[in-house]
Design a protein around this ligand. Structure first.
Ligand SMILES: *Cc1c(COP(=O)(O)O)cnc(C)c1O
Length: 383
């Protein structure tokens, strides 16, 4: 296991914090290849927003560049600029909305821009003209998300405007699903019909169709007719299904293990409450160990009184309220020692704690669990 650390303050030569995320790049590669087989000749745009779903933006972007991915997608321009400054050369699309004053940054760093209104098209076109470059643009159509994008029922004017912009190359056109990962696909299918209606523009005007893309992980799994020219998987690449009910048509495996080490052992006596607000008290002597992780790392406080961890192949409950930097585990009559490995998320060979479980404990989804593991936790990569 090489120790490449994606952390702002700790250098590679320093001894890293035992609370860390281990990322299995081979699992990501296998997931990517499974997706590739599933979508055939269709292109793939790995979505690496929010620190690559907590897996470490730069290393994961480099990895996909090594795998010859067609495109990368990020949410905000800063993520794209970071990748360019670190030497990532493959095409990058910023999925979020753009402000006019950001356009020079996109152009300088050769980042593809999401255009979501005629005003924005004009700003992009003007700036590109001043800078004497061509802006690469993907047109965003709102087919039912009401977030950004031109409504499907106003798209024709928008497309006409785009093709009048001399300094814009329309490279793509896309939309986004609101619930393609649900059991009921009625709304997703309605969105798909609306998008197809918009796409009839190209035939009507005899304009060559740019890259059409629509599918996130949910649609990739459940709506093959939405693949078009390119798919945009995010969470699936990391081996996690977007929901419990999604049809698991592609077999994937989780890439992330969140680990720590036992740092303290003690016996807790009855009537000696544990942690802030004294929310847990034992009625008999218990053995307990303390682990140096907390909500300050993204181990969410809302998991208090529900979360479990793995130590020596067994599950044990977190007791008391989760602190910013520490949690306490009840091992009852069992043994554990300082330095024992603790699995917070992932498997130890025999047992597993899934991302979906953490999500259930916290009352959220797997996305929020992953993207909350923050930069205080070093990332270590196997390869
Ligand atoms: C996040 C995102 C994706 C990827 O979604 P997953 O559910 O993680 O696959 C695709 N497209 C857009 C526009 C997104 O914002």
């Amino acid at each position: 296991m090489s120790q490449q650390i994606n952390h702002p303050t700790i250098s590679e030569t320093e001894i890293i914090r035992p609370t860390r995320v281990e990322v299995d790049l081979n699992a990501i590669k296998e997931n990517y290849q499974k997706i590739k087989e599933h979508v055939g000749s269709c292109k793939i745009m790995p979505i690496l927003k929010a620190n690559a779903y907590g897996h470490g933006l730069l290393r994961i972007a480099r990895f996909f560049e090594e795998l010859n991915a067609d495109y990368l997608g990020v949410a905000v321009v800063e993520e794209g600029i970071l990748l360019r400054e670190k030497g990532i050369n493959i095409p990058i699309l910023v999925l979020g909305g753009v402000w006019g004053n950001q356009v020079p940054l996109f152009l300088k760093h050769n980042l593809a821009i999401t255009a979501s209104s005629i005003d924005k098209l004009n700003q992009i076109n003007d700036t590109a003209g001043q800078m004497k470059v061509k802006a690469i643009v993907h047109l965003k159509i709102d087919t039912g998300m009401e977030r950004i994008g031109v409504h499907y029922y106003n798209a024709e004017k928008f497309l006409d405007a785009a093709y009048k912009c001399k300094n814009i190359e329309v490279e793509g056109i896309y939309s986004h699903f609101a619930n393609s990962d649900a059991a009921d696909l009625t709304y997703a299918k309605l969105q798909l019909e609306r998008f197809k209606e918009v796409l009839s523009f190209f035939e009507k005007r005899s304009i060559e169709t740019p890259y059409r893309h629509f599918s996130n992980s949910g649609a990739l799994l459940q709506l093959p007719e939405a693949n078009f020219d390119m798919v945009r998987p995010g969470i699936m690449l990391f081996g996690i299904y977007p929901t419990k009910e999604v049809n698991k048509t592609v077999e994937i495996k989780p890439a992330l293990t969140w680990k720590s080490l036992v740092v303290y052992f003690k016996v807790i006596m009855p009537n000696h409450p544990v942690g802030y607000d004294s929310t847990f008290t034992t009625d008999h002597n218990i053995r307990a160990v303390t682990i140096p992780v907390g909500y300050g790392d993204g181990y969410l406080r809302s998991m208090s009184h529900k979360a479990e961890v793995l130590i020596r192949g067994k599950r044990y409950p977190v007791i008391g309220t989760i602190s910013m930097d520490q949690i306490v585990i009840n091992i009852d009559n069992d043994s554990a020692y300082n330095g024992d490995v603790v699995i917070l998320l992932g498997d130890d060979g025999a047992n597993i704690i899934t991302c979906q479980e953490l999500a259930d404990w916290a009352g959220t989804n797997p996305y929020e669990i992953l993207t909350n593991i923050n930069t205080r936790v070093p990332r270590v990569y196997n390869e």
